[in-house]
Design a protein around this ligand. Structure first.
Ligand SMILES: Nc1ncnc2c1ncn2[C@@H]1O[C@H](COP(=O)(O)OP(=O)(O)OP(=O)(O)O)[C@@H](O)[C@H]1O
Ligand SMILES: [Mg+2]
Length: 323
């Protein structure tokens, strides 16, 4: 249903060009769940925002294609985007309380979403809203319609946001760290809810998470992002059973213990263009050498893709613990 090819997203800044995404390829089948993992700044949220047509200023899509059920989304104007968002693709953000409008009731937000997406009357949208709040497991949905987001707990607010995302009938939901602001038991409930909804509604899900355990438990396939590129993508079991890229191996090696679950992994990427314009220049191998080529994806076993240097390129010496 979703096909992304060679997607490039750049930010022109005072200090130079930030290449946030540099050649992303993704395929997603109807009903499938794809996990996107990777350290902070690797481009997970920018991938999500590009798919939603919500690239923040001054970001620009510089190349590539995003097709939803065969239709090209890159280059659509805002009027066309409004017809797609909430109807065909919806997004669930990390902090539901901040993402929901604080000065309008839950009811008016979900009614608005339903009316826009489904083109139904206000009365019908209200019925749909109440039914959807019930579907996401909220008790007494008619009362919640009259609440404001600040009156709800974090877990309830996240359920409301999921209801707003699904009320328009989107077949693709993108959830960007949907549970990282919640405590562990509520996290598990929200992930179970997303799983049940996928099963009941047949929607596809892109789940962005810092938590490899969450990705392993919930996703059919996992894409590992690093510095604006996907460095490895495979069915979840294959990725965990046979990781190939050194960065994936280092992520798996740093899998937090149960006590640390939910804490972010990885370290911050500097928001400046790499020296000499070459993105891997900020990541030197321990002997000081710099990888000389942009890697390309190769299929190492059916469905398992890894970014490798092109044949004939000078290969950097990979040293244990280099990343
Ligand atoms: N407004 C901006 N100006 C310049 N660069 C930006 C801007 N917003 C994002 N970027 C760049 O895009 C890169 C990717 O950001 P993104 O938000 O997608 O990271 P992420 O993987 O979602 O990280 P996190 O795990 O912290 O949410 C950042 O490293 C940064 O260099
Ligand atoms: Mg992010």
């Amino acid at each position: 249903m979703l096909q992304i090819r060679g997607l490039r997203l750049h930010f022109p800044t005072k200090t130079g060009l930030v290449r946030a995404l540099e050649g992303i390829d993704i395929d997603l089948a109807p009903g499938e769940c794809l996990g996107i993992v990777g350290e902070t700044g690797s481009g997970k949220s920018m991938t999500a925002r590009a798919i939603m047509g919500l690239v923040p200023h001054p970001g620009q899509i510089e190349g590539g294609s995003i097709k939803l059920e065969g239709r090209e989304l890159v280059g659509l104007d805002q009027t066309e985007w409004r017809k797609i968002r909430g109807r065909q693709i919806s997004m669930v953000f990390q902090e539901a309380k901040r993402a929901l409008n604080p000065v309008s009731t839950i009811g008016s937000q979900i009614i608005e979403a339903a009316m826009q997406a489904q083109g139904v009357s206000r009365a019908r949208a209200r019925e749909l809203g109440i039914a959807t709040l019930a579907k996401v497991g909220l008790p007494d949905p008619a009362r919640i319609m009259g609440n404001y987001s600040f009156e709800l707990s974090g877990g309830m607010a996240q359920r409301v946001m999921i209801a707003v995302a699904i009320v328009g009938g989107s077949k693709l939901i993108i959830a960007d760290e949907p549970t990282s602001a919640l405590d562990v038991s509520i996290q598990a409930q929200i992930l179970r809810l997303l799983r049940d909804l996928r099963r009941d509604l047949g929607s596809a899900l892109i789940l962005i998470t810092h938590d490899l355990g969450v990705a392993a438990e919930n996703c059919d396939r996992i894409a590992v992002m690093y510095l604006g590129q996907i460095v490895e993508m495979a069915p979840a079991q294959m990725l965990f059973g046979n990781p190939v890229h050194p960065y994936t191996c280092s992520l798996l090696a740093s899998l937090p213990s149960v006590a640390d679950r939910g804490k972010p992994i990885g370290r911050a990427t500097r928001e400046v263009p790499p020296p000499g314009g070459y993105r891997y220049a900020t990541r030197r191998l321990p002997d000081g050498s710099i990888s000389p080529e942009i890697p390309q994806m190769i299929e190492v076993e059916p469905g398992h893709y890894v970014a490798c240097l092109p044949e004939g390129a000078e290969k950097p010496k990979v040293v244990e613990g280099a990343l």
